[in-house]
Design a protein around this ligand. Structure first.
Ligand code: UD1
Length: 337
């Protein structure tokens, strides 16, 4: 069964392509490498041991997307293609409104003319804003978004819900990702941040390898046990597996699931776990709080565990071990870093 992956050469898309093949699906990857590199496709092929179907196309090009869908006839679509840097979205909101909302509408206009069994959307825990109670479950009231990025995910969910209400033959699943980290255990695919990383784990690995002088921990005066923010870090392969299980799920037409391990870890705990598992030291200092950060959020993952029978396999330490192996691979093999 063919599954179209928009942004399939990205961090989560590439890992999902591999997990799809492991479960007998045939991924059709669309990407224009604006946030990735062409070697990712070659490395997906190394992992799966065969060629993968790939189209180098801008997701906003409706004519091309339409002809790919006509040609490939996918039964499902997983829509990863989007921008995701919270800070950048504050500085350049139009880029986010264009790439995350306009392009979503364009894609749906194309899909409108085709029959698709399943549509899966990359949503985010950012839709909860700053929640009034933790852990958040799927019924936790949505608060105003903290950033244009967060707003695009809230609006994206609303657009999809309204659109697929008119198409009851398609099962819609919106996965609210918590903090994806790690890399494939083969060290052939992983995260490829462009420029200075805004996410914690690539910043840690780039500091450990000497590409960055020091990590700044944004705030140590939060009302948490050690004063640093708390998040729910999930291994990217476990997150990828949630997409495959969503495709198999014929539960209902409109599904929303939190995808997190259900455990809050502080920034300092992540840094110390990284140091411990990889037997090294990370140069860090405490700095000001970062605009837009919520103090604490982690998932109530009861729903995805019961309905999709999803369980995370990898621990935080394993994820941090894989992230470090990937960073070293980037430096030694691809001269990135
Ligand atoms: C946010 C979104 C998440 C989204 C992700 C995309 C929320 C709650 N989460 O994640 O849904 O998928 O953006 O990028 O809105 N930190 C440092 N120093 C650094 C970098 C980060 O201390 O150099 C801290 C941050 O302050 C935060 C934690 O590390 O407390 C995680 O930050 P990050 O990896 O950027 O992810 P979020 O902002 O939590």
């Amino acid at each position: 069964m063919k599954i179209l992956l928009t942004g399939g050469a990205g961090f989560i898309g590439s890992h999902t392509a591999v997990e799809l093949v492991n479960e007998g699906y045939e991924p059709i990857i669309i990407d224009d490498f604006r946030n990735s590199k062409s070697f990712v496709i070659e490395n997906i092929e190394k992992i799966i041991g065969r060629k993968v179907v790939f189209h180098c196309t801008d997701i906003g090009d409706q004519e091309k997307i339409s002809s790919i869908i006509k040609q490939e006839k996918p039964v499902g679509i997983i829509h990863f293609a989007a921008d995701k840097a919270v800070n950048e979205s504050v500085k350049n909101p139009l880029k986010y409104y264009h790439n995350n909302i306009v392009n979503l509408i364009k894609l749906l206009s194309v899909i409108d003319k085709h029959n698709i069994d399943s549509f899966i959307f990359s949503s985010s825990c950012t839709v909860y804003g700053s929640p009034s109670f933790i852990p958040v479950n799927e019924k936790t009231p949505i608060q105003p978004a903290f950033s244009p990025y967060g707003y695009t995910k809230q609006v994206g969910e609303k657009i999809l819900t309204d659109f697929f209400k008119t198409k009851q033959q398609t099962s819609l699943t919106m996965l609210r990702y918590f903090n994806p980290i790690g890399a494939h255990p083969s060290s052939l695919i992983g995260e490829l941040p462009l420029g200075v990383p805004s996410n914690l784990v690539p910043y840690i690995t780039q500091t450990a390898i000497g590409k960055r002088k020091e990590l700044t921990i944004f705030g140590n005066d939060y009302n948490t046990a050690d004063g640093t923010c708390i998040r729910d870090y999930i291994h990217v392969v476990d997150l990828a597996r949630a997409h495959v299980l969503s495709l198999k799920n014929k539960h209902s037409y409109n599904n929303i699931y939190n995808v997190g391990v259900g455990n809050g870890k502080s920034v300092l705990e992540v840094v110390h776990s990284f140091e411990e598992i990889n037997n090294l030291k990370v140069n860090y200092q405490f700095g000001e709080r970062r605009d837009g950060d919520v103090p604490e959020i982690y998932a109530d993952n009861h729903l995805i565990k019961t309905e999709l029978k999803w369980e995370p396999i990898f621990s935080l330490k394993e994820a941090l071990h894989h992230a470090w192996a990937w960073e070293r691979e980037l430096k030694s093999k691809y001269k990135i870093g």
